[in-house]
Unconditional design. Sequence first.
Length: 404
Amino acid sequence: MNRKLTFLILSVFLPFLLSGCWDSRELNSLSIVSATSIDRSDDEWVMSFQVVIPQSIATQTGGGSGGSQSPITIFSTRGKTIREAMQNANLEAPRTLFFAHNSILIINEEVVRNEGVRQILDFFLRPVESRETMSVLLTKDKASNLLEVLIPLEKITGNAIQRVITQGQENLSQVKNIKLIDFASMIANPYRSAIAPELKVSGDQDEQSTLDALKSTRNKAVIRLGDLGVFRGDKLIGWLKREESRGVAWLSNSVKNLIIVFPCSDRQNTLLSSYRVVHSSTQAEPVLVDGSINMKIHIETKGALDETSCTLDLTKPDVITKLEDVITEQIKDEIETAWKRMKEMNADPVGFMDMIHRRYPAVSKQLSKSEQPLQEIKLNLNIKVTIEHTNMINKPFTNLIEPK
């Protein structure tokens, strides 16, 4: 009797254990999206998707036909809403679009200037499949053009763009990799201006969009990072150029790896040297002085002299001190250039207003009533530069060459 009862129980419950994944999808029924772009045309959203072609990126030993066809293809759809545009992709794409590997979102300048990013963020933060860590980028040209450029070193353009951003953030501190979730947080913060880097094509984009581009020894076009877009609310209001972006990086404690080119002295601007930042830290503190806010900025940077054409004896401490003073002035100029531009744009990508709000809520409330709050803030800079070493040689190689 017990054996019959046990068998009956197992026959009832075993099917539940063997039911598998109810929401699973076969890989051969999906189109894997690596990058997405957003444009506007005729009052409609234009969505473009860079889809990976698996057989084209497979190695020949794996049975693929790598090199015989493009590693990617582009689908473009449109709709009155972003969701409708996405849905209309089913009219063209033979497989269901799969966004779990989508790492890049590129938005056209006109979209973020006129429409803003509110609706875009609302859409991409909703789906479970969407990646909150995808990088947000802007472009002054048609966004879908960037998805079409083929890059020999990286067959999937979305991956190449991601590497360009990572390299730029690590080696050029004026570039910052802005994740979707961080971008949304900046947009939602009333005391700080959001930022996003520009991506652009340099060269002949049409030539670099054909399969022959992968067989050429020289690229006809390259994808590169450009200016830094600045927002007020959810709309783009302007751009920061390279030197201005570096100033923002200094103020934001975002400098990691950076080369500073500086003259040998104030009177000698033709002979240049390179100072490589090894370590840098920035401390910003709002201080109330006689009813006015002073932002006390303390920057300390340490680095090495990587290159010099100065005819100076680098073994002497006073010579090193003079060079440190010149570098200090160079950093100060970059910061003051950025601060001037910030006040012109009436934008705060550094987050000074947020710092003031945290320490002096009443003062922050009063500043918020002003049409130009940054004009009422004074910047107090204290910069300390240290040249820790001059690498393998102490004296410039120029000093070793005897004049003829």
